[in-house]
Design a protein around this ligand. Structure first.
Ligand code: PGA
Ligand code: ZN
Length: 411
């Protein structure tokens, strides 16, 4: 049972303030949960509670007072009861009163404390006996958009190591490509341009999508993985849509022209994965693109914001084959679990994801394994806040001998 809940104002990977919550039980168990933070957020996401100067002192006060008082004596294994109490305490549809950052950090601390109290790994506690696979990583090795200082409009250039016998092999192959890419950029632009973006990908001074895709494809080929590693993008296109046009590659394209834009890219690169190709309200064009590119997994992130209401609409309209899952978009783990279950029931591929602002907390790795998601998206194979998740997956693989999901679906 919960004895005390306590908040800490800590730093995230961008040097911004964020919340850590610690849950302590009468039995002497304690665990923490951190709230990550996005930069290219969907407009329908849970709202973060922040002070005017960007700090989170008010949220911390709430944790130490109202949340501590309301959740005391709850059994930590009663995740649903605790999450429902947080939802009720907030009382708004988007957690705007007590903050989705406050609720998610609390919810994560609770699940970790419960696992500990039962002597289980977090992924075991979440998933039970159904656990067999480790997810396929989507590695964002070249950064643009709001995550970088260059002119690239597409936010993420992703590699997908599919055809490997186990997770570690897949990850290390992806890391070879990442290093090869660094070499290419050094050669073409000089070492000064190998600085990193927010998610640890290289952020060279490019402005055209094609040039970035060329670099990544060349790095894959140079590493000898052309038939094993595929590619993907997260356009995060709401960020370069002005209400009428998409401003990209020095041009202004209409939404219909954007369809052809992606079809053309997919004919030239092995684009297995395309996230947020259109702005967050354009369910119809997502659907058109998914019908045109049947082999690609068109995925909604800002489109769905881990919210069943919008995923239901996307399913009715055949907008996407995949959905991003970000617990802080909705605000509690119980709602996240319900979302994933709904997605799976409707054969939508699930991609458990970090945020661009992260901490060293590796929770999303356990979450991905626990819910048996198809993919995990957690940045480049570099920078501690990204590698903490990959390293946790290696640990799980080594200790529990789980199979690699890439092998199951593609070999
Ligand atoms: P964010 O971006 O965490 O900055 O919102 C990640 C994404 O769009 O997938
Ligand atoms: Zn995204």
């Amino acid at each position: 049972r919960i004895k005390r809940i306590k908040g800490y104002q800590i730093l995230d990977s961008r040097g911004n303030k964020t919340i850590r919550v610690k849950v302590e039980t009468y039995g002497g168990i304690s665990a923490t949960g951190d709230a990550p933070a996005g930069a290219s957020k969907g407009s329908r996401e849970a709202i973060e509670l922040r002070d005017q100067d960007g700090g989170v002192t008010r949220a911390i006060e709430l944790v130490n007072s109202l949340i501590n008082d309301s959740l005391r004596d709850f059994d930590v294994r009663n995740q649903l009861g605790i999450d429902l109490t947080l939802i009720k305490m907030d009382g708004t549809p988007n957690k705007s009163k007590i903050g989705g950052n406050t609720t998610i950090a609390t919810s994560i601390a609770v699940v970790k404390a419960a696992a500990k109290s039962l002597g289980l790994e977090v992924f075991q506690y979440i998933g039970g006996p159904r656990i067999r696979y480790l997810p396929i990583p989507l590695l964002n090795i070249l950064n643009g958009g709001l995550h970088a200082g260059n002119e690239l409009k597409i936010q993420e250039f992703i590699i997908i190591p599919l055809k490997f016998d186990n997770f570690s092999e897949a990850l290390f192959a992806a890391d070879e490509v990442y290093k090869n890419l660094k070499g290419l950029v050094t050669e073409r632009y000089g070492k000064v341009y190998t600085m990193l973006g927010d998610e640890g990908g290289i952020a060279p001074p490019l402005s055209k999508t094609e040039d970035a895709l060329d670099l990544v494809y060349t790095a894959i080929k140079n590493s000898g993985y052309e038939d094993k590693i595929m590619m993907g993008i997260d356009a995060a296109s709401s960020d370069f849509f002005d209400g009428n046009h998409y401003e990209i590659d020095g041009k202004k394209l209409t939404p219909d022209e954007m369809i052809d834009y992606y079809v053309n890219l997919a004919s030239r690169y092995p684009l297995l994965y395309i996230e947020d190709p259109f702005n967050e309200n354009d369910f119809a064009r997502f659907s058109i693109l998914q019908q045109k590119l049947k082999k690609s997994i068109i995925t909604g992130d800002d489109l769905f914001t881990t919210n069943i209401e919008y995923l239901r609409k996307g399913i009715e309209m055949n907008s996407a084959k995949g959905t991003i899952v970000k617990p802080n978009q909705i605000g509690t783990l119980s709602e996240t679990f319900e979302y994933i279950e709904f997605a799976k029931k409707n054969s939508i591929k699930t991609i458990v994801s970090h945020r661009s602002g992260e901490t060293e907390d590796s929770f999303v790795a356990d979450l991905a394994v626990g819910v048996q998601s198809d993919f995990i998206k957690t940045g480049a194979p570099a920078r501690g806040e990204r590698t903490s998740k990959y390293n946790r997956l290696i640990e799980i693989e080594t200790d529990y001998g789980l199979e690699y999901y890439g092998k199951k679906i593609y070999l």
